[in-house]
Design a protein around this ligand. Structure first.
Ligand SMILES: Cc1cc2nc3c(=O)[nH]c(=O)nc-3n(C[C@H](O)[C@H](O)[C@H](O)COP(=O)(O)OP(=O)(O)OC[C@H]3O[C@@H](n4cnc5c(N)ncnc54)[C@H](O)[C@@H]3O)c2cc1C
Length: 466
């Protein structure tokens, strides 16, 4: 088997034994699970040949990108890892059509840099952008910080190319904005976590790159006011808000403890802190005036000034330089590092309706103190899209009690008709939640699709479907 695979990708790109080490674990740092081997194909044809060889021998396959996923979805004990990292070409960049055709192994930040040279932006962004790859973020339907303006990954993909579990090629590569010719299989592959096939390339939607940003940290009396302020800024700016991120006071304190040299956002400490960012694509809003002021920044300052006068804001700080803006973003994007400052943690990546976020947090806090008195939590939230990362720091490694906390939090989410997995996916870590909480008809339908497309169950087995 290994000889056959070696024949497809060449000696150098078929790794076995110790050489598979980096693929035995992922960013979550769980104990390593050595794969059978790792193949690093150069192109789509090699991916097809590898999959055909695996299909002929019913060998399990785990597709891998940057391995930054947070749900154990690239665990590969005994499987052949097909790493897409060498499919790293941007095949085409058509600025006028606002599309980029990128292979699965293109790293998100590389894509950002490349399209920025044309004054364009691929809007998806999140903390792992320096490692996450096209195939990986499509397969988890990643969300990130700009969802309120541009949507999830699903909203940013026009075409897709994928190798199916029998080695055939699904060629849906187009830049069409309208296409109602039957089931939209593109959306089946996006978010499938590699269980239905291997994405080899995608046509991605681009938007104009903002020429200027106006970024502010706001301190507010409560989350309800924060949501009202977001809505008002949206109205005042014609929907110009690019990101609106919530950080409670204890999160900011924990960040500060982790990075003692970082500046504290305000003079005092506040329970509700929000990072708000606007972007301007027009020269009128983005070009500095005679006094050096950027009109977009002045506009935001005047809106915030009005809100301060009305007493709706406690405090506000607007970034004056790119370094100040980056410092504001570091505070938010360090959430995974902050969560990892304690050895024991359980993450809950939940979504509820925007106006129910404060209720969720209140109820989850109450349930946590009842079930595990003394436990702490670290919260950050994408306020503009209802996604709350509620990480529990339990008092001990008592699995039964920690499971009880997770289930109680899920119960709240279910009652609120929310989601127990907003943007990170299911992988292996959320299989129990999927079993308990997913609508049974939806689960049955998913299994039918999986059985129809992958009857041998070789594509990323043991992930997503309980
Ligand atoms: C610091 C940090 C911040 C993050 N912030 C966010 C955030 O704000 N929002 C968010 O949504 N997510 C976030 N994530 C998680 C995010 O889901 C992943 O980082 C990213 O989407 C996965 O890309 P990857 O290339 O690393 O994929 P991997 O981890 O390698 O793979 C993820 C899944 O996709 C499958 N897969 C990989 N490549 C392919 C392919 N070519 N074809 C088919 N299946 C494939 C894998 O089998 C696995 O199931 C964050 C992660 C980190 C570490």
């Amino acid at each position: 088997m290994l000889d056959e695979l070696r024949g497809i990708v060449g000696d150098r790109y078929l790794l076995s034994g110790d050489a598979t080490g980096p693929w035995a674990s992922d960013i979550t740092g769980k104990p390593p699970q050595p794969p059978l081997a790792v193949a690093r194909p150069a192109d789509t044809a090699e991916v097809q040949a590898l999959v055909r060889a695996c299909a002929a021998t019913a060998t399990p396959i785990v597709p891998a990108g940057g391995r930054t996923g947070l749900t154990g979805a690239t665990a590969a004990g005994g499987a052949l890892v097909i790493s897409l990292d060498r499919l790293n070409r941007v095949r085409d960049l058509r600025a006028e059509a606002r599309v980029a055709v990128a292979e699965a192994g293109v790293i998100l930040s590389t894509l950002h840099d490349l399209v920025a040279e044309q004054g364009l932006m691929f809007p998806l962004t999140f903390g792992a952008r320096g490692s996450a790859m096209v195939g990986g973020f499509l397969s988890t339907n990643a969300g990130g910080s700009n969802v309120l303006k541009y949507g999830n990954t699903r909203d940013l993909v026009l075409g897709i190319e994928a190798v199916m579990p029998d080695g055939s090629l699904l060629d849906l590569m187009s830049g069409l904005r309208k296409n109602n010719a039957g089931y939209d299989l593109r959306h089946l592959m996006i978010g499938a976590e590699g269980t239905l096939g291997i994405i080899t390339a995608a046509t991605l939607k681009l938007v104009p790159l903002p020429k200027a940003w106006a970024t502010a940290m706001l301190a507010l009396p409560d989350m309800e006011t924060a949501l009202q302020v977001l809505n008002e800024v949206q109205e005042a700016t014609g929907g110009g808000v690019e990101a609106c991120e919530y950080m409670p006071g204890d999160y900011v304190a924990n960040y500060q403890a982790m990075r003692p040299a970082a500046a504290w956002p305000f003079e005092g400490r506040h329970d509700v802190n929000v990072l708000l960012e606007l972007g301007a694509t027009s020269a009128e809003e983005a070009a500095p005036g005679p006094d050096g002021a950027i009109p977009l920044v002045s506009r935001l300052e005047s809106i915030l000034g009005g809100l301060l006068e009305q007493g709706r804001l406690i405090d506000a700080v607007v970034a004056r330089t790119e370094a100040q803006r980056r410092a504001m973003w570091d505070r938010r994007e360090a959430a995974a590092e902050v969560a990892a400052t304690r050895p024991l943690r359980r993450t809950n990546d939940i979504a509820v309706d925007l106006d129910r976020m404060p209720e969720f947090i209140r109820r989850a806090d109450a349930v946590l103190q009842r079930t595990d008195p003394g436990a702490e939590r670290s919260i950050v939230a994408h306020l503009g899209d209802g996604n709350i990362h509620y990480t529990v720091w339990p008092t001990s490694g008592d699995d039964a009690r920690n499971d009880a906390v997770t289930e109680a939090i899920e119960e709240i989410v279910t009652e609120m008709r929310g989601s127990f997995s907003a943007e990170h996916g299911i992988g292996t870590y959320k299989l129990n939640s999927m079993r308990r909480r997913k609508d049974p008809v939806a689960l049955r339908t998913m299994r039918a699709i999986k059985d129809a497309l992958d009857p041998q169950g070789i594509m990323n087995p043991g992930k997503l479907l309980p």
